[in-house]
Design a protein around this ligand. Structure first.
Ligand code: BES
Ligand code: MN
Ligand code: ZN
Length: 495
């Protein structure tokens, strides 16, 4: 499968022609280094590597790359030594990162026929290492060129990955499906607000439903009103792009109960009447990253034919100020009957999610995971590398953290104390939509929890910091990261 202009193939070590490639990328941690001798590399390559490693013993930092050029039968072969860790660290996560860095160097060298080789993959049992390496290659190659009128056509680069894993090609193909869905999510995030509107989110969901034969339901403005979903309606009422709630269902496990993945889909967040300051307001085109992640995830879950029942619910609206916009001080009644005092129209994510998670419960989901760029406070609390988890069920939170660890996505659970809920009390309504700055990430999550039906497991993931990257590194590329997509796919696999 060609994704981001590269295509990966598996080959058993015994079948590799070490003369053929114009580039060999050798993935090494310190512990793997002695095993290089066991590879059937050409004599010239072995000699060059041995000499180089003898003189440069400390080249194993993850993603660090060293170039050697080897003369092979009157042909120059590029050899890239790619660091994968300084100790017993050839982990799947280090492979994913190192591969992401390596592929961008390979691109710069204009190599078209590449051999990726890691001594660790001589071991036939390490399929998740192969999967991570492949994901890293595909994801590190991501670029967003859609709006560049001078973008040149890029030639496809074929990468043979050596591994002795029995069904290696299957593992690679699955990694490609995952990387494709993450790249898809990144595209949705990177496209601006004039291109991605709630209507476009509908047509993207319709395409996915058609491609994978998913059940789809769209609640438009009238139907939202018929269901008393006034919280999502209130957020969308200031925009000429009308709000909508999109539900997709994938049934891969017969009649077992559904898990709902619910995404915040604010296609642009100006703040509304509580308008944001103008510096970097354009970054708020990424405020549909949660909806992007759940849509990307359900596409991959269906393509992988996972044995689980999952619904994706996308709560879409544009948050704009105009004569119809909601005002600070407004009181609106959400679908579950609770009234909300709108302290800030910029706390709109929790309002669209209030109705969306209620709808998930009404659709008989036994478990709800919502994903949202909900707060800037999460960046203050945890930085740009870690997403927050707030849950009514610690086991579910732990499973999310575990799934994330396997996919190189970092999570940290924050406390959901009843005391924190006090701050959401309103004098005039049931709830405030904002409890101010203290613990803003926690109170934002707890607000959403107020709309979960009794007995339903729930976790909220705040990707306010992780949904975009300020710089390219490893498998992450500057811009939309698609954070959460891989975790949700893994979580579905674990169900
Ligand atoms: N989409 C923003 C959260 C956000 C801001 C994420 C900056 C990443 C970077 C959200 O809708 C928002 O505006 N949240 C407010 C909540 C506040 C008014 C309670 C915030 O974080 O300031
Ligand atoms: Mn906002
Ligand atoms: Zn927002």
């Amino acid at each position: 499968m060609v994704i981001n202009n590269i295509e990966c193939f598996n080959s058993k070590f015994a079948d590799i022609d070490y003369n053929a490639p114009d580039c060999i990328a050798l993935f090494l941690c310190k512990e793997c280094q002695p095993v290089v001798k066991k590879l059937q590399l050409t004599e010239a390559a072995q000699k060059s590597i041995a000499l180089y490693l003898a003189n440069n013993p400390d080249i194993y930092d993850v993603g660090e790359i060293h170039y050697l050029t080897v003369l092979e039968n009157d042909k120059l072969q590029q050899l890239l030594l790619v660091g994968c860790g300084n100790g017993k660290e050839c982990s799947p996560n280090n492979f994913r990162k190192a591969a992401g860095s390596a592929i961008r160097e390979i691109r710069k060298l204009h190599c078209r026929n590449v051999l990726a080789i890691a001594p660790l993959l001589l071991n036939a049992t390490r399929s998740h290492y192969l999967q991570a390496l492949t994901e890293g290659l595909y994801l590190g190659a991501y670029t967003f060129q859609e709006f560049k009128s001078d973008s040149k056509e890029v030639k496809v680069c074929a990468i043979t990955i050596a591994s002795n894993i029995e069904d290696g090609q299957k593992v690679i193909d699955n990694a490609a499906i995952i990387a494709e869905s993450v790249s898809y999510t990144r595209n949705l995030i990177n496209r601006p607000g004039n291109v991605i509107t709630p209507e476009i989110m509908i047509s993207e969901a319709e395409k996915a439903a058609k491609e994978y034969n998913l059940y789809i339901e769209i609640l438009d403005e009238q139907m939202l009103a018929a269901n008393n979903m006034n919280a999502i309606l209130a957020v969308g009422q200031g925009s000429c792009h009308k709000p909508c709630l999109i539900t997709l269902k994938y049934q891969g496990a017969g009649n077992s109960p559904f898990t709902a993945f619910v995404g915040k889909g604010i296609t642009f967040d100006s703040g509304g009447i509580s308008i944001k300051p103008d510096d970097n307001m354009g970054e708020m085109k990424d405020d549909m990253s949660g909806a992007g992640a759940v849509l990307g995830a359900i596409k991959a879950i269906a393509a992988l034919k996972l044995k689980c029942n999952v619904m994706a619910i996308l709560a879409c609206a544009e948050n704009m100020p105009d004569g119809n916009a909601q005002r600070p001080g407004d009181i609106v009644q959400a679908a579950n009957g609770k009234t909300i005092e709108v302290v800030s129209t910029d706390a709109e994510g929790r309002m669209v999610l209030a109705d969306a998670v209620w709808y998930a419960c009404r659709q008989n989901a036994v478990r709800v995971v919502d994903v949202a760029t909900l707060t800037g406070a999460v960046i203050i609390a945890l930085g740009k590398e870690t997403a927050a988890v707030i849950a009514n069920n610690d086991q579910l939170a732990q499973n999310i953290i575990k799934a994330g660890k396997l996919k190189g996505e970092s999570y940290w659970q924050l406390p959901s104390l009843p005391e924190c809920r006090e701050a959401l009390k309103s004098d005039v309504a049931d709830l405030l939509n904002s409890a101010g700055r203290p613990g803003g990430c926690i109170t934002g999550g707890l607000f959403i929890g107020e709309f979960i039906a009794n007995g339903v497991e729930w976790a909220h993931i705040d990707i306010g910091g992780t949904s975009t990257a300020d710089k390219t590194s490893g498998f992450k590329v500057k811009g939309g990261t698609g954070f959460g997509t891989m975790t949700l796919i893994k979580l579905a696999e674990m169900l």
